[in-house]
Design a protein around this ligand. Sequence first.
Ligand code: FPP
Length: 287
Amino acid sequence: MRAKRKSPSIKLETPEEKELLLQVNPQNLPQHIAIIMDGNGRWAALKRLPRIEGHRRGIQSVREIVTLSRELGIKALTLYAFSNENWNRPLSEISPLMMLLEKYLQKELKTMMEGGIRFRTIGQIDRLPDQVTRLIQRVEEKTKGNKEMTLILALSYGGRSEVVDAIKRVIEDIKTDKLSIKDLDEERFSNYLYTRDFPDPDLMIRTGGEIRTSNFLPWQLVYTELYFTQTFWPDFGKRELLSSILAYQKRNRRFGLIPEESDLPVPLDDTRVDDIDAISRLKKDRA
Ligand code: FPP
């Protein structure tokens, strides 16, 4: 039986979105969703528009996904907005992207305050233009008391640099006797990562058709359910987010334990599978 939904205030446009929402089990929502927002450039190229138009439209998707995530009761949403590798793009793309980021933060502060959204960032923020770094600090400070959801932007972020930065700080603490080697374990090490304040993601979505994680949260994603979709980020809206949550709710998260009797796989023909990775996972499970 479907549990009663607590919040009646979810705004959906189409009958399809409403039907998808009815299928979502509110008792089994991912607490933390992380997203690689890929495909802005290809979306623009298909429409013969400049790449920056793809990023501009991508911001509309960001707004839609932040709003719906908060309305659903997702507690944390991490968006990969700019990677360490993205610094190698031409300045003609980096500069407008930074301007879009600045505008987004200026405009969304009000929405974040109204929606109880706390804003945080992960990454080497000091590499961003000074005025962007200052704005980030201001928005983080202003929203720090908000409790509904945390929006985390990964900016100038690279997972390997994060691990190397953490190791450097571990060594520093060992040298100054704040930490002893024998006490270092996975949990303590996690406290040296940029993500120390957040739980690991339950669901990681990558849009744009590539099936890889591209230096995004390598430590944190080890038990995360991965969902890949062909949809380009500017076309990723409420319908797509609800579909990805439904796919997540079909997964059997075992965390290395053995399956319960009731979780044993049913024959492939009888399985309602709606995403390609679920099919390959089932096949692999049976091989
Ligand atoms: C990947 O698409 C996307 C990015 C590198 C930037 C993502 C940025 C946004 C969605 C806008 C800014 C975000 C915020 C939160 C203000 P791509 O350019 O690699 O696309 P392609 O693979 O099709 O070329």
